[in-house]
Design a protein around this ligand. Structure first.
Ligand SMILES: [Zn+2]
Length: 233
């Protein structure tokens, strides 16, 4: 006697398809497959719609930022630029906004809004760890502008360390980098009223850090601290 594999119905004249299921089971299987296909089509549409929505948001955000720059950058109306940038960034940015956020840092710095600039730099570093070099550079420049020369010197080491660690043709530029490090570090040390005769030692530390494959910002800070404690005595 024929028996449906699915509903277990039996009958002498029961018609089974090639999969061994009765007509009504075959029909319900067909319906379910159809529904599933429709559902995945719906999901695809939904994804497409969401993607378009994100694209629209990104376009609008970028357009507002670019328009604001066109309108206010030449005339140096930084307060207006800040207002537009802050408004755009009050919403999430579904794109890599690191460069634009660094621009906003620059506008804060121009207006001497140091705290806001600093907070944003920290936020950028958290969200975009790859930007460490640009963040450290901006932090060093800010500390210098704020005339915090001790801190600026420490940040200069971090900035140059991140800058030079990624250089592939290091031997070609080593001497130049050493000399420019020495020059800027001496100038900062002088302003910080530190012994500038100790600066070549810091420049050596800088070279050592760049050339050590296991160095990190943490080692750089540790070495700076040791150097600083020694000369501050
Ligand atoms: Zn059946």
């Amino acid at each position: 006697m024929a028996q449906c594999k699915k509903c277990r119905k039996k009958g002498f004249f029961l018609h089974l398809d090639k999969n061994g299921v009765c007509d009504s089971c075959a029909e319900s299987i067909r319906q379910r497959a159809l529904e599933k296909a429709r559902e995945s089509e719906r999901q695809l549409e939904e994804m497409k719609r969401k993607r378009q929505e994100v694209d629209r948001i990104v376009d609008e955000q970028l357009k507002r930022l670019n328009n604001a720059r066109e309108e206010y950058e030449k005339t140096e109306e930084y307060d207006k630029l800040i207002a537009v940038y802050e408004d755009v960034f009050s919403a999430p940015t579904p794109w890599n906004a690191a460069s634009h956020k660094l621009r906003l840092v620059g506008y804060y710095q121009k207006c001497k809004q140091w705290d806001k600039a600093w907070a944003l730099l920290n936020a950028i570093l958290l969200a975009y760890p790859d930007e460490v070099f640009r963040v450290r550079r901006a932090q060093y420049r800010q500390l210098k502008d704020e005339k915090k020369y001790n801190e600026a010197l420490k940040m200069y080491l971090l900035y140059k360390y991140n800058d030079c660690k990624s250089i592939t043709c290091w031997p070609d530029v080593k001497e130049r980098e050493y000399n420019s490090f020495l020059k800027e570090a001496q100038s900062l040390a002088k302003k910080a009223k530190l012994d500038i005769n100790a600066v070549p030692e810091l420049a050596d530390i800088f070279i050592e850090l760049v050339e050590s494959p296991r160095s990190s910002e943490a080692t750089a800070l540790k070495k700076f601290k040791a150097w600083y404690t020694k000369i501050a005595k």
